[in-house]
Design a protein around this ligand. Sequence first.
Ligand code: ACM
Length: 477
Amino acid sequence: MHTLIPAPLSFRSESGQFRLSAETSLCAPDDLRPLAERLAASLRAAAGLPLPLREKTTGAICLALTEDDSALGDEGYRLEVRPETVKLTAARPAGLFYGIQTLRQLLPPDPRSVPPAIDACTLLDVPRFPWRGAMLDVARHFFPVEAVKRLIDQMAFYKFNILHLHLTDDQGWRLEIKSWPKLAEVGGSSATRGDPGGYYTQEEYAEIVRYAAERFITIVPEIDMPSHTQAAIAACPELKGISKYSGLYTGTEVGFCTLNIHEEITYRFIEDVFGELAALTPGPYLHIGGDEAHSTPEADYQNFIARAQQIVRQTGKQIIAWEEAAKGQLLPDTIAQYWWQADLARRAAASGNRLIMSPATQVYLDIKYNASTPLGQDWTQKYIEVQDAYDWDPAAALEGVDAALILGVEAPLWTETIATPQEADFMYFPRLCAVAEVGWTPQEGRAWEDFRRRLAAHGPRLEALGINYYRSPQIPW
Ligand code: ACM
């Protein structure tokens, strides 16, 4: 029985073991060398061995791309572990990357304690959903570049492919915008509770994007509008934003301010900000927020969403918005992100828009595990233990919605109460392991009892990765 998370599409045990030693090499065709070098680095760390890249194929772990294996898609792979060799094949580089993550998990958690060996097996593995995401709110509390890279590494190990960065909110603006420098200089200086602020320079943001792309993770940046904009309104009075408060904000209320829907400068601002953001973001998506606009009259909100979509679509990027945007007219290719109001998510689906599933009762990972969790929120009036994050089906969670419209799953971490990477770890893990499997493994291949057993085996792996995880009493650690 394997202990892989997420569970692969198919797995068969074979007889014998592939034993790794100082002689074991990695082989890959010449055109794969740069990728093979990067994959070798993570495998070397997992195996505690030199694993040189060589031509020879016996006693080796061999990587190959195959043209004609239509079962694999863009992200699938085949892995054959035999006593003599390990063969990893994929149709695309992402598949090789995921196969390497599987090999890392097939190795012992601490290769120094035992000579590393992998039990022989045969896998065919293809993800269920193309969208397997996590979100980090870097606006309520700022997380420096190194913290984001650390999260990216954690996500890669569990085969996530999307990191949504919630870059702006009432409490802080976290990205340098050259045409509006006060956004970051002034709007970036604050954070929730009066904690230290911060922002990413454009070079730092580009570095996050690059680091993520090397791990086959797409960054989805969000600039939240028209509410959740106090930091921008305070930094740029010329926007004539409307708010219950003046100046920078460090509390945790929501929906108390709005961009000024009737001022033309608002739309120049959107053009400038999203223009710079699009130029910095090679990925195909930009997120425009749209949630909790309680201070924007309904008709204004609808006009705003329509016009904002037109402007952002001009950048050539595809738009994502929280479900509330479905109160207005969505562009045909706008993706709605479901978090709370099922009727609005259904409305988006009824007009043919695709959905990302982030139900707050299942995958809002800032919600407490139980009443005594020291961090986090409880506004949903339902705690989220590991089983709650695991035991649901994104394709069935919204009754009446065509499963073909469901792109996948994304687990947000809002950071009103979370200020450090160690605190973020505690709320993400081990629930993020559950979400990884919700996104990757077919529903019929998932079972809570089996997941509990496998997750228990990941305790030492999480420790080896330096992750400060919650020791859930549901798991036989
Ligand atoms: C949200 O939680 N306001 C999207």
